[in-house]
Design a protein around this ligand. Structure first.
Ligand code: KG4
Ligand code: ZN
Length: 365
């Protein structure tokens, strides 16, 4: 029997405190032994967004117990894990400090190696845990802090093909919801309202559509929504529903164009990929059924598999951090030194140029 490597993962980069124990053998078989997540949603909702100081304090208060709970549910003690993996960026610096320092302390006390994991790498590699994907594949990360199309070539080998030049997609949903008087987080509220709306009532802009570059832009869309809402104020429920439906339609069209070009580029760069190539989606916006439908149809049309891991592994969690650590161990990567520092900004692709406005809202993922 091939021995399993077992790792404790810790995630604190934004507003979820999470710990998990995961194991993997040399052939890539895995077991998720525990997966504990504590969302801070209630603490932040009154402010309409994540408040960094509140987040950091909440991580401090919850993390120790959460780690104990993860070990207990996995039925292991610290002595039974081979390594510790903690998110060390990108994200809100206070939260990163809490998680990484805790990881270091445990690693030191238990005499285990530490892997300081890039949160985005966790998102990027999750589909190998859930679906056993082989490299290369494309990953679309759409969350409150990021909108990126990434080529995943291998462990530690990432190329950013596109990113937002202003707002992240989840941020566009949240801001739109706020200006329409809907609740936070805005994505689910906008999606709910859109169901009863007329998507053709407003013709919202689709920035960058038709351009060869694979970047995204959503701030113009948000401005157009504000303008439309002001023009017809006061808004009836039907007006709000129509705006939401038209907003989602504009986003669907935008994604279709941008990602469609990405799929074509992938086919050009990897013509010999024997298997059906894959597009993976991750991040909270991946919960949106209309956008999922758009991506699924686009993949079907282009001969791609559309992979959407279960939602709790698409949004922030510690399983993906543990898994990224395991993948690095399996690839023979050396652990990090215990003086490794958290990095609020940490692009996966260090060669990618920084675009104007990219990485706002604390560059959370
Ligand atoms: O990945 P995530 O849970 O957290 C981080 O951003 O780190 O993503 C949260 C984002 C929020 O902006 C939220 O409004 C959006 O995902 N979201 C959605 C939906 N559910 C969550 N956006 C559109 N439609 C949804 N159903
Ligand atoms: Zn994330």
């Amino acid at each position: 029997m091939v021995p399993f490597l077992r790792i404790l993962g810790i995630e604190t980069s934004c507003d979820e405190t999470a710990a998990a124990v995961v194991e993997r053998d040399a052939e890539g078989h895995s077991n998720v032994l525990s997966d504990v997540v504590l969302s801070q949603l209630d603490e932040h909702s009154a402010y309409g967004g994540v408040v960094p100081e509140i987040a950091a304090r909440a991580h401090v208060e919850a993390l120790d117990e959460l780690i104990e709970e993860a070990l207990k549910r996995a039925n292991v003690s610290l002595g039974d894990v081979d390594a510790i993996a903690a998110t060390s960026g990108p994200g809100l610096i206070g939260g990163l400090l809490v998680g990484l320092m805790t990881g270091k302390a445990i690693a030191r006390a238990a005499g285990k190696p530490l892997y300081a994991v890039n949160h985005l790498e966790g998102h990027a590699l999750t589909a190998r845990l859930t679906d056993g994907l082989t490299f290369p594949y494309l990953m679309l990360l759409v969350s409150g802090g990021h909108t990126q199309l990434i080529l995943v070539r291998g462990v530690g080998q990432y190329e950013r093909w596109g990113t937002t030049i202003d707002d992240a997609l989840g941020e566009a949903f949240d801001k739109t919801a706020k200006l329409l008087g809907l609740s936070y987080p805005g994505g689910p509220a906008v999606e709910r309202m859109a169901r009863d709306g007329n998507p053709d009532r407003f013709n919202f802009p689709r920035p960058l559509v038709g351009e060869a570059r694979l970047d995204f832009s959503f701030s113009g869309l948000k401005t157009a929504v504000r303008q439309a809402a002001q023009d017809i104020a006061p808004l009836s429920d039907q007006d709000v529903a129509d705006i939401c439906a038209s907003f989602q339609k504009a986003i669907s069209r935008t994604l279709k164009d941008r990602i469609g070009r990405g799929l074509q580029r992938f086919k050009t760069e990897f013509p010999a990929a024997s298997e059906k190539p894959a597009l993976v989606v991750a991040g909270g916006v991946a919960a949106n059924l209309e956008l999922r439908g758009t991506l699924q149809a686009l993949c079907d049309k282009n001969g791609f598999r559309f992979i959407a891991p279960p939602l709790h592994l698409c949004t922030d969690n510690a399983v993906m951090i543990a898994w990224a650590g395991l993948e690095r161990m399996a690839a023979g990567a050396a652990p990090d030194a215990l003086d490794v520092q958290p990095r609020s900004r940490w692009p996966l692709d260090s060669n990618a140029e920084r675009l104007v406005g990219f990485g706002k809202r604390g560059a959370k993922a």
